[in-house]
Design a protein around this ligand. Structure first.
Ligand code: SAH
Ligand code: AVI
Length: 346
């Protein structure tokens, strides 16, 4: 499908939207697929309508949710070094959200005098538009080329690089992919890089399960509301009749897989109708719907995933409490082909 270019009076902003109808289709497919399985599941990208994005912002401010603060601390401590190491003219950010922490990086690249363009990629349209507006005002001379789309489908729509490229994938969002898709996705990201380009990725680290579970089950109930928000999205987009109050929020650390699972547990036996799909969905009392996994990393897990995707670690940066890691990587050096010096031909 042809992107809808946004005619804007501001020549420093270009926004392409690739979601026209695609989001609704993918939601319908995910519901048909995920809610008819014996173990019900939905992918986490459907949390993020405007309300979900706002709830996520509130999560980032919660005392229990340490990843945002830890990642910001690492960025603040290392932004100048990262700007020097990458010499980036372009920052492409996947799942950019409000780009709150990104400003630390943009400041350093702007200060270094290399930054020309910022390319935010996010499924939430309002975020990409607002962020483009704000950043072009905050950074004179910066070009913003926003891509509204699903990063699992639309990475081929990221425009050609204008110079040394830094791809940022912050917040630990890579942990929301199950292991196989995670490696596949990293390989797709590697496809955005050329020699001399870098990937900067945030990953949450394995730690005390109590700390992890509190981060996903906060005392103010904001994460519970974020979790239930997916039901409101289904009600609005697919004319379903979920009552969010019929479900309890569950957040558990799975110590075998070393990931947090968020689920919604039905408080009573009931049947919901997803009217747009003519789909009745029965829940037994206590039945759980998995809405997110959030994998936690060790250096070995991360190195393995990067290497499987054709990437090699350049720097491993962490906060003083080693809660979170930010890693810089680049394409793996491929050994030069062996030259045949024997003079024999085959
Ligand atoms: N990078 C920010 C936001 C992380 S929240 C931070 O570090 O705080 C995850 C972000 O990814 C949200 O903005 C959400 O809208 C976006 N997102 C989730 N799934 C996506 C997908 N499949 N394609 C594009 N964006 C996605
Ligand atoms: C976006 N992502 C990395 C968050 C996480 O921690 O997995 C989403 C989130 N879910 C619950 N709280 C925050």
């Amino acid at each position: 499908m042809e992107p809808i270019a946004d005619p804007t009076a501001d020549p420093s902003i270009r926004i392409d939207s690739h979601l026209d109808g695609v989001r609704e289709r993918s939601l319908a497919d995910d519901v048909l697929d995920g809610l008819t399985r014996p173990f019900k599941e939905l992918p986490p990208k459907h949390f993020y309508d405007a309300r979900g994005a706002e709830l996520f912002d509130r999560i980032c401010e919660l005392p229990e949710y340490y990843p945002t603060r830890a990642e910001r601390a690492i960025l603040t401590a290392s932004a100048v070094e990262l700007a020097e190491l990458t010499g980036a003219a372009e920052l492409v950010e996947l799942g950019s959200g409000t780009a709150a922490k990104t400003r630390v990086l943009l400041d350093a690249l702007h200060e270094a005098g290399t930054l020309r363009r910022y390319v935010p990629v996010d499924v939430t349209e309002s975020m990409v538009r607002e962020c483009a507006q704000m950043l072009t005002e905050e950074y004179p001379g910066l070009q913003v080329h926003g891509v509204i789309g699903d990063f699992e489908r639309h990475l081929d729509q990221v425009p050609a690089a204008v110079g040394p490229r830094l791809v940022a994938f912050l917040g630990g969002t890579i942990g929301n992919f199950p292991p196989g898709s995670r490696r596949r996705f990293l390989r797709t990201i590697a496809g955005l890089l050329g020699p001399g380009d870098h990937l900067l990725m945030g990953t949450d680290l394995v730690k005390d399960p109590d700390v992890l579970e509190a981060a996903y089950d906060d005392s103010q109930g904001v994460t519970a509301e974020f979790n239930r928000n997916v039901l409101r999205v289904l009600n609005r987009e697919l004319d379903a009749n979920f009552d969010p109050d019929d479900f309890d929020h569950v957040a558990r650390f799975d110590s075998e897989h070393e990931w947090i699972e968020m689920r919604l547990r039905a408080r009573r036996e009931h049947t919901t109708h997803v009217r747009a799909l003519d789909l009745p969905v029965r829940f037994a009392a206590g039945e759980e719907l998995r809405t997110e996994i959030s994998a936690k990393f060790t250096p070995e897990r991360l190195r393995g995933d990067l290497s499987a995707a054709g990437l090699q670690l350049v720097s491993w940066l962490t906060d003083p409490d080693e809660l979170f890691a930010l890693t810089l990587s680049r394409l793996t050096d491929t050994p030069a082909p062996a030259t045949d010096t024997s003079g024999a031909s085959s």
